[in-house]
Design a protein around this ligand. Sequence first.
Ligand SMILES: [Zn+2]
Ligand SMILES: [Zn+2]
Length: 332
Amino acid sequence: MKAFRVEAAEIAGVVEIPELTSGDGVLLQVKMVGMCGTDLNTYRGRNAMVQFPRILGHEVAAIVVEAGGDLAAGTAVTMSPYTSCGICPACLCGRVNACQRNETMGVQRDGAMTEYIRVPREKLYPAKLSIKELCLVEPLTVGFHAAARGRVTREDAVAVFGCGGVGLGAIAASAFRGAETIAIDMDDVKLATARRAGAKHTINTGKDDLHARLQEITAGRGPDVMIEAIGLPVTFRAAVEEVAFTGRVVYIGYAKEPVAYETRLFVQKELDIMGSRNALPEDFREVIAMLEAGRFPVEDAVSAIISMDEAARYLAAWSAAPGKFTKIMVEM
Ligand SMILES: [Zn+2]
Ligand SMILES: [Zn+2]
């Protein structure tokens, strides 16, 4: 069968791999796979967790081929691309999303950009969604998990730094939970999408004074929750500076360099400062509920839909101009 594989940095294409033999897990026909910044990084040879050759694919829409357990043939599903070891401290306290030995499909192990795949039943999520929507579930779960970490409720004002794929998920999650949601970015197009995803307020830090606007929106208190989805020292710091006293700060962005803090604020404001990684089964179920309710601007979130044969060409174009796409979906 066919698969899309990255052989080495900037070298990728459709290859022939052996047919699946019978084995454990539910047999699925892959219909569509989304590619995000992680896939782009892998293609560029800049993902330290990847060893080549690697079949990409962790944002997946598929159809059940052989009925298995409660899943009838023909059921549309998406899947969690993560593994968990069951014995590390994270697994033992039920936070399997942060497993010390996690292997993500398309990263530490081969992914779903193949014609067929076998996946354990417990990793599958059936949903009444279109193929395109099923592909959007996994990328949105990351932001939903951050909102869950921040214990976001309808009582809160939540500000999110960054309206890329992950930040947009955090915005949609906060709005879906009923919070007054504030989107922060420097790109007006992304901010317009954030509004359609549920942001009540937008702040363009290229034009607006961040502090003044946040104070104005929250009547001088600062947001109850700040979610950082960029990974820059300046936004890492701004999150603790702008958050309300006794507020929650959630970091999803990976800062590439050390961040210097005025740690006095941690104590003075008695902050809860948290990291957020990957997602849990309840995050998948919450994203599916939001998409089934039609509460997300699906069309805005997809830059292009292409065939597997075009994937190498699109990755090369994306690598040459990273701002050109946010999400490319590949029909398998
Ligand atoms: Zn992704
Ligand atoms: Zn573990």
